[in-house]
Design a protein around this ligand. Structure first.
Ligand code: FPP
Length: 249
């Protein structure tokens, strides 16, 4: 499928990569095989996003609630992320991809945090696609951290209560400096946000894809982008055609 008809791709696409476990179960394989296949879909998707001219791609890699999964599955997921950074960082860097990590960093054990920091640091000055990895991420946690920062700033007299505005909150979120997602895609047929980017999703469009994440590919990505291209985004106002009618009438 060609991507030439994507005249103006969304600036920021965020993806809830769901269905690795079910993909594996349906094939009589361990869930962890689904996660490994999921990493291949991550590679395909990053490459496609860069080709499509998307500026920001956020991937929900590990939620703050995922720690409650069986220890073995958590350790496989950590291993996959570790391997992804070790093996793919050089290639991502060569492709001018800039990596940002969002999520709670305090309390991360072992070499995971140093690896994530290395990925951010190595690619800091790249100017191509920004790949935002949501790791140990939960939107409510993120908002609590932002509110604490605000409270500390007020307590220290750096800002007044009247200065607490939507942008003062936005600037204190993990996503500071990253535009809100235009499009959020969730695979596997589930239709919920699951504590992902709650503040930032205020005006996002949603595309729910029935296929499981390991099957996500360039064609399914393009299909989601085409569905987005047909949406009439009003941001609480009127659509361009209705606004014209209102003025004329
Ligand atoms: C959801 O499937 C997927 C996850 C919890 C993790 C996603 C992680 C990866 C694709 C691999 C690591 C990521 C990177 C960026 C290298 P599920 O297990 O909830 O599936 P189910 O709902 O069918 O059980």
């Amino acid at each position: 499928m060609a991507s030439g008809d994507l005249l103006s791709p969304p600036r920021h696409v965020a993806i809830i990569m769901d269905g690795n476990g079910r993909w594996a179960n349906e094939r009589g394989l361990p869930r962890t095989v689904g996660h490994s296949k999921g990493v291949e879909a991550v590679r395909r998707t990053v490459e496609a996003a860069a080709d499509f001219g998307i500026e920001y791609l956020t991937l929900f890699a590990f939620s703050s609630e995922n720690w409650s999964r069986p220890e073995e599955e958590v350790s496989v997921l950590m291993g996959l992320l570790r391997r992804f950074i070790r093996r793919d960082l050089a290639e991502l860097h060569r492709s001018n991809v800039r990596i940002r990590v969002i999520g709670e960093r305090d309390g991360l054990q072992g070499d995971i945090l140093p690896l994530l920091l290395e990925a951010e640091d190595t690619t800091r000055n790249n100017t191509g696609l920004t790949l935002v990895i949501a790791f140990n991420y939960g939107a409510r946690d993120e908002m609590v951290r932002a509110m604490r920062r605000l409270a500390r700033d007020i307590e220290a007299g750096r800002i007044a209560a009247e200065d607490v505005t939507a942008s003062a909150i936005t600037e204190r979120l993990d996503t500071a400096g990253i535009p809100d997602p235009d499009l959020i895609i969730r695979t596997s047929g589930e239709e919920r946000l699951s504590n992902f980017l709650l503040w930032q999703a205020a005006y996002s469009e949603f595309v729910f894809v029935p296929e499981y994440w390991p099957d996500f590919d360039r064609d399914l990505f393009l299909k989601a982008l085409r569905s987005f291209a047909n949406r009439d985004r009003r941001f609480g106002g009127l659509s361009a055609s209705k606004a014209a009618t209102a003025v004329a009438g």
